[in-house]
Design a protein around this ligand. Structure first.
Ligand code: XMP
Length: 506
């Protein structure tokens, strides 16, 4: 299948470039800047991403572009454009004014194939401290803003283009047109990457690879594992056994509801309620990373025990998706939080891995799910962390605290649905704070828990902003929670963005 290669120089928006390319119906791979797979016959074009670094900074990335330039159509975005210019005799300088945010393209040469159909003035999104101040010989300017003369350029002799702005972000109003011009018109994509074609080829591949072998899969109630299960079920039917472990940290009634939904989908599911094991191992444990480790290892234990009851299993299927695997450049090199659902399973169980969604972005997983006929309530679910409510209970987990946070979450989520807000936010939930606070209930003093509501908008959970829920809704929901949930007398709304905060509190 034809593909575009995106070389990652560490920009926050590299994955967005990937999503935009996929939206054109074209497959793409995101690879570290120095891992160009020269010789791959399916490559039809290359994109160089942005970067937090300056091209002339010590330690900045200068890969050898000779296997690419002149051989494939090449588009440089921000740092990518500066690198193309800098390494071919142009000038890149810090011009004193850093430019972040909206800018307007005032002049556009629409005879350029990259900018066809885009007319000035049009808004673009800039995010750069440096500017190209001279183009390499043989390049010409094709768009400018008031502050940036070389906002876009192209080579007159080679298939090379550069844009100083970010076409992949929504704020660049004609960004999709630009990326489509590059991918479809310039690179010649046949736009053959669709949900239907993905399902057909994947089912065929799964049948060929798995043959008569049996597969086991851990279901979590989330979109990724659900779509994986339905896809595998279509390929191998009952030779797939799904295991759904209740760690006692799911949403209210989620275990029963989801299990029923899965059975309606015709899946062969074994439900295991291991809540008591998790509660007893978590008792008194305050430290967030320690809680995660306990949940991870208990999960493995329970899953392992169930899986070993199935005879002759050869494969472990997982709902791993593309963003989980992209080896993004982490410029700081630090781990913020460890994320794991079922870490360590494959090694211990000696099973081969089967990850049919490993090339898909989240929105593509949802589209595939719809194509497979999975009901909207399962497809549209908000993401939920593997360690569940444990990371939303500050400090030690107790069954009583789980009950409180489940009840608060339930009122909140039902309210969001009733007010038509659920699908407008990326994720929402409730956090139980460590301390109790004073209040008045009737004429009595109360001393009960405070909860925080968290609701964010996001595109990929890498960055997020707090959702601007209507005041009327917040007033309503705060009342509902305090009136209906025993043990809570105060409700706060978290107004932190990520970064610097994270979505989950632990
Ligand atoms: P943070 O809190 O890092 O979360 O901003 C980003 C996204 O990841 C989810 N999350 C997790 N998912 N295991 C998971 O499977 C985890 O340990 C975990 N921690 C956070 C979070 O809900 C959000 O969607």
């Amino acid at each position: 299948m034809q593909k575009i290669i995106i070389l990652d120089f560490g920009s926050q928006t590299t994955q967005l470039i990937g999503r935009r390319v996929r939206e054109t119906g074209t497959f793409c791979e995101i690879l570290p800047y120095d891992k160009f797979p020269a010789g791959d016959p399916d490559i039809i074009g290359v994109i160089l991403s942005g970067s937090p670094l300056s091209v002339y900074a010590e330690g900045s990335f200068h890969p050898d572009l000779s296997p690419i330039i002149g051989r494939y159509p090449l588009l440089g975005i921000c740092y990518g454009a500066q690198l193309l210019s800098y390494s071919h005799g142009g000038n890149v300088e810090s011009v004193g004014t850093r430019e972040y945010g909206r800018a307007t393209l005032r002049t556009i040469d629409s005879s350029s194939r990259l900018l066809r159909g885009i007319v000035a003035p049009t808004q673009v999104w800039m995010s750069h401290g440096d500017s190209i101040t001279r183009l390499p010989d043989g390049c010409r300017c094709i768009a400018s803003t008031d502050n940036v003369r070389y906002a876009a350029f192209e080579s007159e002799t080679l298939p090379v283009w550069g844009v100083q702005f970010h076409p992949e972000v929504e704020h660049t109003l004609e960004g999709r047109t630009l990326i489509r011009n590059f991918v479809v018109d310039i690179c010649g994509s046949r736009c053959e990457w669709t949900s239907g074609s993905f399902v057909d080829t994947t089912v065929e591949e799964l049948r060929a690879t798995l043959g008569q072998d049996k597969v086991v899969l851990g279901l979590s109630g989330g979109v990724d594992s659900t779509v994986t299960a339905v896809l595998l079920n279509k390929a191998i039917g009952d030779r797939l056994t799904c295991i759904f472990v209740n760690h006692g940290l799911l949403r209210k009634n989620e275990y029963e509801d989801v299990l029923a939904d899965y059975r309606c989908l015709g899946l062969n599911v074994v439900g295991v309620d291991a809540s008591q094991l998790f509660y007893s191992d978590l008792a008194g444990v305050e430290e967030p990373e320690r809680k995660r480790k306990i949940i991870g290892s208990d999960f493995i234990r329970v899953f392992d025990e169930e899986a070993s009851k199935i005879k002759d299993v050869k494969y472990l299927a997982q709902g791993t998706i593309y963003p989980d695997r992209i080896e993004s450049l982490n410029i700081t090199g630090k781990t913020i939080k460890s994320h794991h659902n079922v870490g360590g399973l494959p090694e211990r169980m000696n099973l081969k891995l089967c990850e049919p969604l490993k090339w898909l972005f989240k929105d593509e997983v949802r589209n595939v799910g719809r194509h497979l006929g999975i009901p909207a309530n399962l497809i549209g679910r908000h993401p939920f962390p593997g360690p569940g409510l444990a990371v939303r209970i500050m400090g030690a987990v107790t069954p009583e605290k789980v009950r409180i946070v489940q009840d608060v979450d339930d009122v909140f989520i039902r309210g969001l649905r009733e007010w038509g807000l659920y699908d407008k936010v990326w994720q929402a939930g409730a956090v139980l704070l460590r301390d109790r606070t004073v209040g008045v209930l009737g004429d009595e003093r109360s001393f009960e828990y405070a909860v925080a509501l968290r609701s964010v908008t996001s595109i990929d959970a890498m960055t997020a902003d707090w959702a601007r829920l209507p005041y009327d809704f917040l007033a309503y929901i705060s009342n509902e929670i305090i009136n209906k949930v025993r043990g809570v007398n105060r409700v706060c709304y978290d107004i932190s963005s990520k970064p610097p905060a994270t979505i989950e509190w632990e």
